[in-house]
Every structure is written in C-alpha cells, then in structure tokens.
Design a protein around this ligand. Structure first.
Ligand code: DON
Length: 556
C-alpha cells in the first residue's frame, strides 16, 4: 500500500480538499455536529467507553442536528471491542401493526405519488431510544442518566443557531405547523442566526428518557402522547406498537480485503452485503490496468455497483420475514469471481428494467464514528429518512417523527426503469423492518480497528462508504483525502453513473459515454465521518466531510 502519485495528482486537480485531519492520542468522536462530538469526547474523558460516547453523541445530535439526529427515527450500530470481537445493534424502525401491503396504492393498485413519504402514515415505529438503551445495557460503562444529561442541557440551555439551521428554519417553516413552530424563540419568532435556540419541550421528553430509560419513550407519558397524537391525526402507531418495539443484537457480517477484516451490518441493512460484494469484486482487479480515477477504473467501480445493487434489490429485506436470503453466497469470494468475470471491459452492461433497481435519494441521515483509549470502536448511522423526516411531531413532545415507511417497496411486483422496486423481500408487512442503505462500517487489521466510517445519502451511502474504504485500504489515502475524493454512484436502476461535478475530466466522461454509460454530474455525494488509526504511533486521525457545515472531529 504505497501512496500513489496518480491519485495525489488527481486529488490536487479534481477535488477541493477543504477539511483537515484531527489527531488525538486517547479517544475521538467524529460527527455531523462539533458540539455533539464534544459531548462524546467529554464522556470519553470521564472514563466512558466508545459505546457510552456514541450514545451521548447520538442524543446530543437529536438536539443540535435535528435534520437527522433523532429520537423519532432509527438506525444501526456496529461495535468492535478491543479484544477483536464485533457485534451490531439493529434499531431500524418497524411498520406499525395496522400497516398493510397496499396501504400506499390507489384502487387500481398504483402508488399514490408521495403518499409513502408524507403524513403520519409514513412514520415507522421509532427504534433509536431502544437501540441506544440496549447498547448501554449490554456494553456501556457510565450511568445511563449521565449519557442523556448533556442532551438535556443542550436542549434546555440552548445552542447558538448555526447558519445551516437558520436557513432550514426559514425553509421548513412552510412544511407543517410543527415545523413552523420548531425553530421559534420565546417571542414566537424564528430564531435568528447565532441567537440561542432553546428546546424546552424536547428537554422534558429527554428527561423522561434519562429517568426511565427505554420505558421513558415506549411506555408512560411520552408513549401515551405519541399514541394520542397518532390517533387524532390519522396515524397508525399505537401504544401496543410502542410497547412491542425491541432493538435486536445481530451478529455482524464479516468480509475480508487483502489482509483486512471488514465488519458491517447484516439485513435489514442492505449496505453491508453490497459493500462486501463490491470489495470482493475489487479484490480481483489489477489496478495497474485500471489506475485510480481512469476510465477503466470508473467503469469497473460502476459495474461492481450495478451488480451489487441488482442483487440488493432482488434478495434483501427484513431477516425476520425473509428467512432464506442468500447472504453467504452474495458475500462469498466465489460469487464475486462470477460477477467480476462477466464485466465487459469495453462496454457498459445494461440494467434490465424488467428486473430490479431503486431510485436515488439523498436528503438526510447522519453518521458518527468513535474510538476510545482502549481501541473499542463504534460506527453508528441513524436517520429520519428525509431531512426532518415527516416534518411532523407532537407539540407536546418536541421531536420529529421519521418517514421511513417510504423505504419499503410500495407497489408489490412493480419495478420500473426509473427505479421503483417491487420485489417481495421488502414489501410492507405489519411489524416488518424496511430495507435500509445505511452502512456503518469498521475495518480491522490483526484484530484491531483501523478505520471507522459511515455516511448519510440514501442509496449513495453504500457507494460512498465503499469508495472511502477502498481509498484508505487499497490506495493508502489519509482519511480526509479518502473522504473528499473519488465518489461516483451507480445503483442498477436508473441506469446511469452520477459523479461529483469536477471529479472526472471531460475526456474521461466522453470515454465512459462511448462505452455506453450515461453520465450525470452531481453536487456532493455522501457526507462521511471517519477515523483511522496510525497503529505505529498510536494516534487516532479523524476527519469530517467538508460538506458537513457544522461537523467536527473532536479528540483528546
Ligand atoms: O435507511 C435508509 O437507507 C434511508 N432511509 C436513508 C435516508 C438517507 O440517507 C437520506 N439522506 N441522506
């Protein structure tokens, strides 16, 4: 793994590297909000482990990064202990008991446009509090209340409203009555940039969780208000749904790449399976013939993505409802060989629109990475689905409900070239978890975590994490460079390569078009939060993506 001149030149020419690395000896937290990262680092300083810090950071993000940080959504946590063992916690939302397979279809069986992402019926039973609580119960060190308290303080005492949130305040106030009041100050006016923004109602909800743990959300006052609000406004979630919700500890999927171990989420994340399939395909490549960022390289990466996304669409869904998913096969070296061998080096393959695929989406989700002084690592991604989720919430609770029901395949049996998927594995069923692209990842070498990484970005998550992992372990890039450079996205259907504007030279774009690829420039793909370990010097090196305006790596 030598630093290669070609990608240094490519980076200098084609990407703007505006973020820097942060170095620390003892511990580090990287998240989408530097105040939240600081909360996590303070927990580490007090003797908390990586799990404690991730819980405190996640609660803090629910206050300071409300577009995706949440208690009303769900997510995944990958935990690698310093002894080399890894585990995962699945706190993905579930369809309510009253949900039905055809709930978003009209009388002719067609999807009512937007219905699966709007209104209270788009809300899945939230999983975040249950997931964080389970992580603490099984692996935490410091008292639970001490991990929730910093978020209570941030909500109660307030935070200066950032430029980003100020813009959101102006934009989202039109979306719903809840959003119209969300960013207001004591005078009932929109909080100005840099003015202290307080959330007393959210603070009261967080206190219930602080004092009563999981039950503070799923039973008692908060649960009763969720159920009342849902019933009054045509939502489906009941007290029974809340009382029944459980996070699940699942064995991670483990892959390998040239001497590294890669720990990822199993389904209901599709990200882990797809990441391992693509890494296995890349392991077969000769990078002398496909140098970084060259036409054959982009072709290879895109073809690997196309194949992994087709398999994702065909096979993956909630494991509790799909007992025979071919996970071992999809993540095997043998299968990758087969996939690699049918790549035509001269020509783009064609995504068959009568089969599988899914649309691009990229509003919001958030990722945090943590390493503690003992080398325990946490990679946590959680989401409300869209930015500010359903944009709905009870004014008595102060938090936002997700709109995650939109991640199910809404129209059974119907897949189109625009990317709607109809495969059976991910159709709506009561109490089912919707398929996710979130891909929290930990890469290890010799039993020690060396890279903790993840991203928001809908289906682009899988691909931006994939390319960042490759950048670090194949091309030996420092973490900030790996995060900033080389991101394309192909997801089988629609059949086209999205590439970050400025990434590829016009000649490369033309050459790829001549091979049959449809090329579409985009703004930023992904918003990665990562930590690498310089094992020789025992230093943690962290970086938050420059596209995250309030993000930060904080170490000590
Ligand atoms: O779980 C998923 O795959 C999606 N709900 C994530 C949504 C997302 O990342 C949107 N934006 N950045």
């Amino acid at each position: 793994m030598k630093i290669k001149l070609f990608y240094l030149i490519a980076c200098a020419l084609f990407t703007t590297i505006t973020n820097a690395q942060t170095y620390a000896k003892n511990g580090m937290v990287v998240s989408d909000n530097s105040a939240a990262s600081k909360v996590g680092t303070e927990i580490l300083k007090k003797g908390g482990n990586a799990i404690d810090a991730s819980i405190a950071t996640a609660f803090a993000l629910a206050v300071t990064h409300p577009q995706a940080g949440n208690i009303g959504g769900g997510g995944f946590l990958v935990f690698m202990k310093s002894d080399g063992n890894a585990t995962t916690i699945d706190f993905r939302e579930k369809a309510p008991l009253k949900a039905t397979t055809n709930m978003f279809l009209d009388k002719d069986g067609n999807l009512i446009a937007g219905s699966n992402h709007n209104g209270l019926q788009s809300v899945g039973v939230p999983g975040t509090v249950a997931g964080l609580y389970m992580a603490h119960k099984k692996y935490g060190k410091l008292p639970w209340a001490s991990l929730v308290q910093p978020a209570v303080d941030l909500a109660e005492n307030g935070v200066p409203l950032s430029y980003t949130l100020y813009k959101h305040a102006l934009h989202y106030k039109k979306e719903s009555e809840f959003m119209a009041n969300y960013f207001t100050n004591e005078k009932g006016e929109i909080t100005q940039m840099d003015e202290i923004w307080k959330q007393p109602v959210l603070a009261a909800t967080l206190k219930e969780i602080r004092d009563n743990g999981k039950d503070g959300f799923y039973k008692g006052k908060v649960a009763k208000e969720i159920a009342r609000f849902m019933k009054k406004n045509d939502g489906l979630i009941t007290l029974k749904d809340l009382a029944k919700y459980e996070a699940v500890e699942r064995a991670p999927l483990k892959g390998t790449y040239k001497g590294h171990d890669i720990f990822v989420m199993p389904p209901p994340s599709s990200g882990g399976v797809a990441l391992l399939e693509m890494m296995n395909i890349m392991e077969l490549a000769d990078f002398n013939k496909a140098p970084f960022n060259s036409t054959p390289y982009v072709h290879l990466v895109a073809e690997a993505m196309r194949r992994a996304f087709a398999d994702r669409a065909e096979h993956l869904g909630d494991p509790d409802f799909n007992l025979n998913m071919p996970l071992e096969k999809l993540t095997s070296k043998e299968f990758a060989k087969n996939r690699y061998n049918n790549i035509d080096w001269q020509k783009a393959s064609v995504s068959d629109s009568t089969k599988y695929g899914q649309i691009y989406d990229g509003t919001n989700t958030t990722h945090l990475s943590v390493l503690d002084k003992d080398g325990n690592a946490v990679s946590l991604t959680y989401t409300l689905e869209h930015s500010y989720g359903s944009r709905l919430g009870s004014p008595k609770l102060g938090f936002i409900f997700n709109n995650e029901m939109g991640d199910f395949n809404p129209q059974p049996g119907y897949t189109n070239s625009k990317g709607l998927i109809g495969s059976a594995a991910n159709i709506i069923k009561p109490e089912k978890r919707m398929l996710s692209s979130m891909t929290p990842t930990i890469v290890a070498k010799d039993g020690k975590a060396v890279l903790v990484i993840g991203s928001p970005g809908g289906r682009t998550i899988i691909n931006t994490v994939f390319q960042t992992v490759l950048n670090v372990i194949e091309f030996d890039m420092p973490i900030h460079m790996a995060i900033e450079t080389m991101k394309i996205h192909h997801q089988w259907l629609p059949d086209r390569i999205l590439y970050e504007r400025g990434l590829l030279s016009p000649d490369t774009v033309k050459a790829l078009e001549a091979m049959g690829h449809t090329m579409e420039p985009r703004g930023q793909l992904g918003r990665l939060m990562g930590i690498t370990v310089d094992s020789d010097n025992k230093v943690y090196v962290g970086a938050s993506d420059s596209s995250s305006p309030d993000g930060g790596a904080v170490g000590y």
